[in-house]
Design a protein around this ligand. Structure first.
Ligand code: ARG
Length: 264
């Protein structure tokens, strides 16, 4: 009798434990079961930035619209966390976020730690500098102090430029300030983002440089996340239905290049 009671209790405990574990796993991980948490670095207009015009402090942009569309289709609520770019991959690794959209490029190095969707938009690197500075090519940056975003592919690209004195900074806005204050002579930044900063800072100009490594933006997930297989078909559908093109025009303007077509 005692023995039977022991085994009954043991079995019940085991069942309860399994039940609890499954209940915890059924959700997205970071949020409650019907909320997905997206981490982003909201310093990257028009991909993601804080809408100061409305006073709402809401994070808006191209990536946010895509995220809203996808999570809505999948039946999730969307929560957005603003994190420095360099902290985004750690946020996925520690499961504080279910996914990252931050104009993030799916590089081989990052793929060791996170999984990526297909690429949804492409970009090129540019040099941003004061007008007339003639800092227009990678070679011209030899011996110059140049701002780049910490943890970005632009920081990696800078390492390949001979004689450059790269100054990694957390936020894109800090980089622009450093340039305006003359503490750096140039910045390396993606074309789509550079365009916006030049429009509001007419004393600056940008010149496109050839991409030496990987480029483009994809959604990042914790390794092994089931969400990759859910996001990819919706991204594909957004491309074929013209929804992606509509968002490109909304955020990047009518003359922006079309969204990346081929899955990669
Ligand atoms: N595409 C570049 C990268 O993946 C830069 C992205 C920066 N994004 C941002 N939200 N600040 O490294």
């Amino acid at each position: 009798m005692k023995r039977l009671r022991f085994w009954l209790t043991a079995c019940l405990t085991a069942l309860l434990a399994i039940g609890t574990v499954t209940a915890c796993n059924s959700g997205g991980g970071a949020g409650s079961s019907n909320t997905l948490t997206m981490a982003t670095s909201a310093d990257y207009p028009p991909y993601e930035y804080v809408d100061s015009s409305s006073g709402s402090q809401e994070i808006i942009g191209f990536d946010v619209d895509i995220a809203k569309h996808i999570t809505e289709k999948l039946g999730y609520e969307l929560k957005i966390d603003n994190v420095d770019f360099n902290g985004l991959i750690p946020a996925l690794q520690s499961k504080r976020a279910d996914f990252v959209m931050a104009g993030m490029t799916p590089t081989a190095e990052r793929k060791q730690n996170v999984d990526f969707s297909t690429i949804y938009y492409d970009a090129k690197n540019t040099i941003v500098a004061k007008k007339g500075s003639s800092l227009t090519t990678a070679e011209s940056l030899n011996g110059k102090a140049v701002g780049v975003q910490l943890g970005s592919i632009q920081e990696t690209a800078a390492k390949d430029i001979k004689g450059i004195q790269a100054k990694p900074l957390n936020r894109i806005s800090e980089m622009v300030q450093e340039l305006k204050a003359g503490r750096v002579e140039a910045l390396i930044m993606e074309d789509t983002v550079a365009k916006g900063f030049i429009a509001s800072n007419p004393d600056l100009e940008f010149n496109t440089i050839p991409n030496t490594g990987e480029s483009g933006s994809a959604v990042a997930f914790p390794k092994g996340s089931e969400l990759v297989a859910k996001f990819d078909p919706i991204l594909a559908e957004m491309k074929s239905s013209g929804k992606m093109e509509e968002l490109v025009t909304k955020w990047f303007g009518a003359d922006a290049p079309a969204p990346a077509k081929s899955p990669s």
